[in-house]
Design a protein around this ligand. Structure first.
Ligand code: ADP
Ligand code: MG
Length: 696
């Protein structure tokens, strides 16, 4: 029987309780799942170092030698035990800070020990803190090797499933099984891979560092290859089956708008994207295009022009956005842009009043409304179009894959889909989660924009910042101040928007201030936003609800309180609220003086880099792919066990090219030589679907 059909309870020592914990905590059900649960790190005890060879770099070291003498240092709370350890090539200092009273009795002077521990620099001297010592005579040679460590959760530890126990389970499986190959010989040879059985054994119990690297490579390659084969075969099949509407002509709506209403010259990047969309919609196939463009790059206009193309061909168009504020804003700006063109635009959100809603639904169905703008209410079954031809999904990272696909069913033939995002996704990630989309990129900002200047300011210097702000207000600037939370709870003590509002009112009594946060009613939010747009308030105090899409060009300064609390892409989005005119805009990131290492790195990136694409790459490096916005719902990413999209780009590209080559010659994988690939793919698909079901 194949190991993916054998349940983990089949093993000695795994009863139903442990099995249930394994399933819930790490999604392990079968023996195969278990052996695909890889160590998260390795402790290298393959080598015994000489003290004279130790460099500052190697972190964990293993030594063979004797303790020469002990000594107590420090007083009171900082009292510690130290020892000098000698191996005939030199001395190294050992330190115990805690529980040291028994140590001199346990480890005797002059006897040979094998020592293992982590190097530290303590008072500029290389030391080993709390080392592990074992009598040389009793030391098992077996311990000389590379040892994998497994991640375990609290719940697992409670039922004694700690790292060592996982290791024992895996030994039990590997002792009785030979792992069947999942790749063709030809691929294994061409790509210089080791076979699967060897790879699995060495990923858990590496025979050498070299074999460990080869095992990792083989497993990453396999993982990325099947991922790509999966994504690309889905795309190929869809292209074959899904016909789409023909937008045959560019007509009066588009042309009149272009000639009479276009408020500015399009950037070259905007023009390029319009051409791509024009091309896609003129093929008789459904368009599925992702438009990535940095904040402020002018995506709304591209959306509108594509919709005008749909209207010219007798279709309706629709824009779906993640928040009501953004829906309202799009509604207003688009209504304004198409004035005099005799186009009916409507707004539909959760707070649209019933009577109004019914009228809209009616007019949508009979085709009177040509452009519908709204929130995810658009997906509801009640919303029926007369003839929907194109859907734009703005700020797509806020929606899931599933929501996107629901829009497909809004017409007999699926409408064309344009998804837009200002949170650019690194290329490797895009290939993986949006492998089924074509990608357009707007890589230039409208003419005359100046990059936002960004400064990191410590809280204690805030009064200087306020002095500066006062001068800016005096010359007519508008300012956003963003807080991480709405109000304080017992758990978190951060600057919050409600207190912030009062503080700011006291500091700037001569100016008008408005406030907006997620707990306010939609109508209140709208009124506050309108006050700011009209200029009747000069300062807007807000939470990150303003993060997506808000476009108020006159506001040119943004202050972000507790900036260390925000992620990189969020900071970039927030900063994107300014820099929307030809004015020099400024962004101030305020933080306490004590910062975590990671927060410090984020602030460093955001103050130095303005390009959203580069920031996205940095974000991926700092956080790993699983946590990037919009990827949480991607079953593909969840499924990844070993490959790392920020580090394994080269492997990804090789694996992808191989998948493309194979699918080009055998799109449905029916050739006899591809049987193995087809089987693997079907098996993985099954798993992928169950995982999607788990998260949705
Ligand atoms: P985003 O890509 O972030 O959605 P928007 O579509 O909101 O950006 O556009 C940002 C601002 O730039 C808007 O005020 C818009 O009117 C303006 N804009 C868009 N295209 C151009 C252009 N080609 N030239 C000048 N300004 C433009
Ligand atoms: Mg936008």
């Amino acid at each position: 029987m194949e190991i993916n059909h054998i349940k983990i309870t089949h093993l000695h020592g795994i009863g139903s309780q442990k099995a249930e914990i394994l399933r819930r905590e790490i999604n392990v059900i079968s023996l195969k799942d278990m052996i695909y649960y890889f160590p998260y790190k390795y402790i290298d005890r393959s080598k015994i170092f000489k003290i004279s060879d130790i460099k500052n770099k190697t972190t964990y070291i293993q030594l063979k030698g004797k303790i020469l003498h002990y000594k107590y240092e420090g007083k009171g709370n900082s009292k510690r035990l130290t020892a000098i350890f000698n191996d005939n090539t030199g001395n190294i200092k050992l330190i115990w800070f805690k529980k040291f009273s028994h140590i001199p009795y346990l480890y005797k002077i002059g006897i040979e020990y094998i020592l293992f521990g982590k190097q530290n620099l303590f008072k500029k001297q290389i030391t080993i803190i709390h080392p592990k010592l074992e009598l040389k005579n009793k030391f098992h040679e077996k311990k000389l090797g590379i040892h994998g460590q497994y991640n375990t959760t609290e719940k697992m530890k409670k039922v004694t499933l700690h790292s060592h126990a996982i290791k024992q389970i895996i030994i039990q499986i590997l002792d009785s099984t030979k792992i069947q190959e999942t790749l063709n010989n030809e691929i294994i040879n061409d790509y210089n891979l080791i076979n699967l059985d060897e790879a699995i054994r060495n990923i858990h119990f590496p025979k050498s560092n070299d074999l460990l690297e080869k095992a990792k490579y083989r497993l990453k390659f396999e993982e990325l290859f099947y991922l790509q084969l999966n994504i690309l075969s889905v795309t190929k099949n869809r292209e074959k089956h899904l016909s789409g509407f023909f937008f045959k002509r560019v007509g009066n709506y588009f042309n009149n708008f272009y000639k009479k209403n276009l408020p500015f010259e399009l950037t070259n990047a905007q023009k390029k994207v319009i051409r791509e969309i024009r091309h896609d919609t003129n093929k008789g196939k459904q368009m599925n295009r992702l438009l990535q463009g940095d904040v402020g790059s002018g995506k709304t206009l591209v959306a509108l022009l594509s919709i005008l193309l749909a209207i010219d061909n007798g279709f309706q168009g629709s824009i779906m956005v993640p928040t009501e504020i953004l829906a309202l804003q799009h509604y207003e700006s688009i209504s304004h842009l198409v004035k005099n063109l005799n186009i009916k635009v409507a707004l539909l959100t959760g707070s649209t009043k019933r009577k109004n809603r019914e009228e809209i639904l009616q007019k949508l169905k009979n085709g009177e409304i040509q452009i519908l703008i709204g929130t995810h209410t658009l997906i509801e079954d009640k919303v029926k179009f007369d003839n929907l031809g194109l859907v734009v999904i703005d700020e797509q990272h806020r929606f899931g894959v599933i929501q996107r696909s629901k829009l497909w069913d809004k017409n007999k033939i699926s409408p064309h889909i344009l998804v837009m995002t200002a949170t650019p996704i690194p290329r490797t990630l895009a290939m993986t989660i949006y492998g089924d989309l074509n990608i357009s990129i707007i890589d230039e900002l409208p003419y005359g924009r100046k990059p936002v200047k960004t400064f990191h300011i410590y809280e204690k210097k805030k009064h200087e910042l306020y002095n500066f702000i006062r001068k800016q207000l005096q010359i007519g600037k508008q300012i956003y101040i963003v807080y991480p939370i709405i109000e304080n709870s017992e758990k978190i003590d951060l600057n919050n928007v409600k207190e912030g509002f009062n503080t700011i009112k006291n500091i700037f009594p001569e100016y008008n201030i408005c406030m907006i946060h997620g707990k306010m009613k939609q109508e209140e939010k709208n009124t506050e936003i309108k006050k700011f747009i009209s200029g009747s308030t000069q300062i807007m105090v807000a939470t990150s609800v303003i993060e997506v899409g808000i476009n108020i060009p006159n506001a040119s300064i943004i202050i972000i309180e507790n900036a260390d609390r925000f992620g990189l892409s969020q900071l970039h989005q927030l900063r994107g609220r300014v820099g929307r005119s030809s004015e020099q805009s400024l962004c101030f990131l305020v933080t306490p003086s004590k910062l975590s290492n990671n927060a410090y790195k984020r602030l460093n990136v955001i103050t130095k880099i303005n390009n959203g694409f580069v920031i996205a790459e940095e974000d991926l490096k700092l956080r790993g792919s699983g946590s990037i916005d919009g990827t949480k719902q991607s079953g593909y990413i969840l499924h990844m066990k070993i490959a790392n999209l920020s580090q394994d780009e080269q492997i990804l590209i090789r694996a992808r090219n191989l998948a493309i080559k194979i699918l080009n010659s055998d799109p449905t994988l029916e050739n006899p030589q591809n049987i193995l690939l087809k089987q693997q793919l079907d098996q993985q698909n099954l798993k992928y679907q169950t995982e999607l079901a788990r998260i949705s």
